[in-house]
Design a protein around this ligand. Structure first.
Ligand SMILES: [Zn+2]
Length: 127
């Protein structure tokens, strides 16, 4: 029993650092995406034809994209905080463990599938 417990704890710690690495990596990618969009928002040119297609597309989507990326960034910071406080993987609404498969798919998840569904259904759709 004790040995079993020890092995599980070791496994948990391993998961934790792998997870932290994954989140840190995601965080860096997000920051570089945000920088990319901020750069293209700064690119001058108000006349049609001043910008090439990719710049135009970038400017058209930048504001929305940055807002979205900042949300993701906050979710990652929150997940990292939850990892260090030991609350990671526990649903914030019902307190049950969030299924591992869900965390693999969405490492920033703070709710189990059931609770998230309730939240999603109660929120008005943005689009
Ligand atoms: Zn829940």
């Amino acid at each position: 029993m004790t040995r079993q417990h020890k092995r599980m704890t070791g496994q948990r710690q391993h998961d934790r650092s792998a997870l932290t690495n994954r989140l840190e990596l995601l965080r860096r990618q997000l920051l570089s995406d945000i920088r990319h969009y901020r750069d293209c928002m700064r690119v001058g040119g108000t006349e049609p034809g001043d910008l090439d297609d990719s710049q135009e597309l970038c400017q058209a989507t930048a504001a929305g994209a940055v807002r979205h990326l900042l949300d993701d960034l906050r979710a990652i910071d929150r997940a990292l905080e939850r990892i260090s406080s030991g609350e990671y993987g526990v649903c914030i609404d019902c307190g049950r463990s969030i299924p591992r498969a869900r965390l693999e798919f969405l490492p920033t998840a703070v709710r189990c599938t059931d609770c998230q569904r309730v939240v999603d259904q109660s929120l008005p759709r943005a689009s």
